[in-house]
Design a protein around this ligand. Sequence first.
Ligand code: UT7
Length: 323
Amino acid sequence: MIRSVVEGCGAYLPERVVTNEELARKVDTSDEWIVQRTGIRTRHIAAEGEFTSHLATRAASRALERAGMAASAIDMIVLATSTPDQTFPATATAVQANLGLTRGAAFDVQAVCSGFVYGLAVADSMIRNGMAGTALVIGAETFSRILDWNDRSTCVLFGDGAGAVVLRAGHGQGTPDDRGILASTLHSDGRQHDLLYVDGGPSTTRTAGYLRMQGREVFKHAVTNLAAVVGETLNKAGLKPEAIDWLVPHQANKRIIDGTGRKLGLSSDKVVLTVDRHANTSAASIPLALDAAVADGRIRRGHVVLLEAMGGGLTWGANLIRW
Ligand code: UT7
């Protein structure tokens, strides 16, 4: 049985760090409100002229380095983003060119904050059916470009960044002991489309628009949907929550993350948390958190790692991986 094994991961954060205090000088907010309601303390913001493709290329290069693989060994680039460099072509093709790749396929996946979970599921399916032997799956965002910096209810929540993993086809026995992606689940409910969206786009206003969110409503859906999708994914792999070594959730809000961890009966030291330093980087948040926990030695070969996310659409999903 073919399994998509994670060979390495990498991440990149723009240099500039913006604190809550700095934001409190621009909009009517406070460090206290932001920390209490979200757990966020700082976020990274891309420099002028620094695009999603640049962040993605740096993260991808680091992932390739850690995997000990040359870019030329990659069959497919799947880039999850909602902040592409341009409406088209896919930002993945810019990354392909930056990496000096002239073969294979490169395309974007758009599922907002669930983008990385969707991208991994897509790449895993293609690897398992033989369409690719290797893949780079990247989550990269410059949400700072679609924020209304006068709207305190959204501008304090997001940051920029990128993370990537390299997948390679390996062989398993079809048991939970196999290394690789053990199961994935994807969902969406378009009826909730207006809870989190960007108020513009090429087909409607021609301009990119700004992010709009009914935060409290999204929050309510997050807790219920994430608990359900995690259960569904564990069931597919025949594992119980006790088997999870690390929960690597989408980093939107510490309260949502704590709630999901509690529902799974996981102690907080099994949950990877980066929202305090990175804020919500949408599709980049999971690979950024993965990279942090791999780099400091928490996630090690053989560990069971559960990824979960929910975002605009609404979309939500989970991947279960034996590292
Ligand atoms: O990543 C994709 C998925 N997104 C999410 O998962 C986000 C989910 N939602 C959330 O994380 C939370 O709903 C927020 C962090 C966005 C908001 O927290 P909340 O506890 O739901 O606050 P709220 O929206 O109910 O607002 C409470 C109060 C309001 O004032 P009133 O009406 O009670 O007087 C807001 O106007 O807080 C006010 N408020 C602020 N105050 C200071 C909203 N934003 C701010 C702010 N600073 N930045």
